[in-house]
Design a protein around this ligand. Structure first.
Ligand SMILES: C[S@@+](CC[C@H](N)C(=O)[O-])C[C@H]1O[C@@H](n2cnc3c(N)ncnc32)[C@H](O)[C@@H]1O
Length: 260
């Protein structure tokens, strides 16, 4: 495991309970039987009933178990010990079936030797990957012939902009980036310790998936965010927008890529 990933593992152990108990994660609603997935993923993934589904970076498994509720046979993997413990507890509480594995994604081939109809990952995942080509190779390795990989993710342009759409961060990869004492994106009163991340352009991500042997079916870009990155952002339905109401910058994207 990369030493950077190991530091991030500690950070995710610290965040898990706070997320589980935060109203923004909607655990209560999930346990009442409501799905947690957005209409975007539901529509773009299509019918998952009867499919074998691998969820990469599943956090405490609520999305994974939402796919199980829709009839998929699910496996979720995550680096965080506490996330995987909580995922197993949530599975029992919800009365759902699924398998959760604690591992660094980069080490997944050491512990899982299967293939899946669908490999799914979403919202806040690529930043944590030190090697995007390796990430794509591992994702592709788990897709059965005829199956697909799907990602819904924060757009790299979103990560460049502040609350007034001014550019405050670079677009291109800068190697490893170090942050300390950042505020959590959800539990705003939770101060994090050290954290390492890597910014990947849309081109880095798409090219890595193509080089890993997948055929891109679509790349969609959206003017909405999955979270309130800035305090001025306004919520409309499922999504967050800049307060000027202009839908002029990409804040999210999704990709479906098939193994032919
Ligand atoms: C923003 S969360 C993803 C949230 C997810 N969309 C959900 O279902 O709630 C990022 C997740 O990536 C995991 N992660 C970070 N680095 C990882 C790595 N190297 N291998 C596997 N999981 C990792 C974290 O533990 C965390 O659960």
């Amino acid at each position: 495991m990369s030493k950077y990933h190991e530091v991030n593992r500690e950070g995710w152990n610290k965040r898990t309970d706070s997320h589980y108990n935060h109203p923004g994660y909607h655990v209560k609603e999930f346990l009442e039987g409501k799905k947690k997935l957005h209409p975007l993923e539901l529509e773009e993934m299509g019918d998952v009933a009867g499919k074998n589904l691998l969820h990469l970076q599943c956090h405490f498994g609520m999305d994974t178990l939402s796919w199980a509720r829709l009839g998929a046979k699910v496996t979720g993997i995550d680096i965080s010990d506490r996330s995987i413990e909580v995922a197993d507890e949530l599975k029992e509480k919800a009365g759902l079936k699924g398998r959760f594995i604690r591992t660094d994604l980069i080490d997944l081939p050491d512990v899982l030797d299967e293939q899946f109809d669908i490999v799914f990952t979403s919202w806040g995942v690529t930043w944590w990957m030190s090697d995007i080509k390796r990430w794509a190779k591992i994702a592709a390795r788990y897709v059965k012939k005829g199956g697909f990989f799907y990602i819904a993710e924060t757009h790299p342009v979103h990560c460049m902009l502040d609350g007034d759409k001014k550019i405050i961060e670079p677009y291109f990869n800068q190697g490893v980036e170090y942050y300390a004492n950042e505020t959590d994106y959800c539990s705003k009163d939770l101060i994090l310790n050290d954290e390492y991340g890597w910014r990947w352009t849309l081109g880095d991500i798409v090219t890595a998936l193509i080089e890993a042997g997948l055929t891109i079916e679509f790349l969609h870009e959206f003017p909405f965010s999955v979270y309130d990155a800035w305090p001025t952002m306004v919520k409309d339905g499922d999504w967050w927008y800049y307060p000027d109401g202009k839908k002029d910058v990409p804040l999210s994207f999704s990709i479906k890529a098939r193994k032919l």
